[in-house]
Design a protein around this ligand. Structure first.
Ligand SMILES: NC(=O)c1ccc[n+]([C@@H]2O[C@H](COP(=O)([O-])OP(=O)(O)OC[C@H]3O[C@@H](n4cnc5c(N)ncnc54)[C@H](OP(=O)(O)O)[C@@H]3O)[C@@H](O)[C@H]2O)c1
Length: 298
């Protein structure tokens, strides 16, 4: 297959490029810095503009991952605009381009996040759950991002949206941020520690994208979130145990809210996510439980 990725130079994109290139697929990455693509995704070709792809060499499948990092900086008005344009507007441009091709790709796999569900306390969340009544910015953003991707269905394209949980990988994401404080013995639960934390091992993110690419009957939303969601206090203890360090310094909720504003929902919000449709579709998680996932990484 010829697979086009947006965000192919990122944490998930690099792992997917390596996986699909090893399988013998042809991979193109639409990037703001196409010159870096070769170094980051060996074997892939970088393009600066979609128009650089000849219509007769159009991709069979498109994988949409691009977006400015959501947890790097507080959500000021300017940051919200960037988070929005780099996901919603970029996806609109991508789908518009797909519609101009003589033959549209057969599949679009588009990233979203479990942030779609908002802060839902003890409620069990699966792909059939409705969007939250009062959506925070993260949820509103995911809803608009998904809506832009669904429009590709009007072109006859099979669309699958992956609502991704915080990814466990050593090279980046949540664990890379937590590693230093926890290694120094400065880790601890966040707020009350009772909030549910969804998570997914990087191998399962790659595994699920690959599964959905190769199973032409799979469409709709799929939670890329391990079945074994845990409470924050349990996550904290499991990570501390994996690193052989104590975790006794809790971060009070008020301090996180003061520091991060609305973005504190990423740390204090509760999301008891279950991958119901993902399991029904036949995908089997390599790491369904947290301790085994962390054990494999450390
Ligand atoms: N990692 C997680 O835990 C997680 C969890 C839930 C959802 N997700 C979502 O899944 C997607 C991939 O995640 P990731 O961790 O691989 O992300 P990442 O490492 O931050 O990479 C995202 C890619 O998006 C592109 N990008 C960044 N800023 C951009 C901007 N302002 N305009 C256009 N493109 C921009 C970059 O590609 P170029 O520099 O090549 O243009 C970058 O490599 C993201 O959209 C993320 O929100 C990730």
């Amino acid at each position: 297959m010829h697979i086009l990725l947006t965000g192919g130079t990122g944490l998930i994109g690099r792992a997917l490029c390596a996986h699909w290139i090893a399988q013998g697929h042809r991979v193109t990455v639409w990037s703001r810095q196409p010159a870096r693509v070769h170094a980051l995704c060996a074997g892939a070709q970088g393009v600066a503009r979609l128009s650089d792809i000849a219509p007769d060499a159009a991709p069979d499948a498109v994988v949409n991952l691009a977006g400015a990092p959501i947890a790097d900086r507080p959500w000021t008005a300017a940051r919200r605009r960037l988070l929005w344009t780099s996901r919603v507007n970029l996806t609109e441009e991508l789908v518009h381009w797909m519609g101009q091709l003589p033959r549209a790709p057969h599949t679009l796999l588009s990233a979203s996040a479990v942030g779609w569900y908002g802060d839902a306390q003890e409620q069990i969340l699966d792909e059939h759950s409705p969007p939250p009544g009062h959506a925070d910015f993260g949820s509103t953003l995911c809803q608009a991002w998904e809506a832009a991707a669904w429009r590709a269905q009007d072109l006859g394209v099979r669309v699958a949206v992956l609502r991704i949980a915080p990814v466990l990988a050593r090279q980046g994401g949540m664990l890379a941020r937590l590693h230093l404080p926890f290694s120094l013995g400065l880790g601890g639960r966040l707020g009350s520690g009772t909030q549910w934390i969804p998570w997914v091992h990087m191998d399962d993110v790659v595994g699920l994208f690959d599964y959905l690419l190769h199973h032409g009957n799979c469409q709709g939303s799929f939670n890329a979130s391990a079945p074994g969601a845990v409470r924050n206090a349990e996550f904290t203890q499991a990570l501390a145990a994996a690193l052989h360090r104590p975790a006794i310094l809790p971060a009070p909720a008020w301090a996180l809210r003061m520091l991060l504003g609305e973005m504190a929902v990423l740390l204090l919000g509760s999301q008891r996510v279950q991958p119901q449709r993902t399991l029904e579709a036949g995908y089997r998680f390599r790491y369904p439980e947290l301790r085994a996932a962390l054990g494999a990484l450390y």
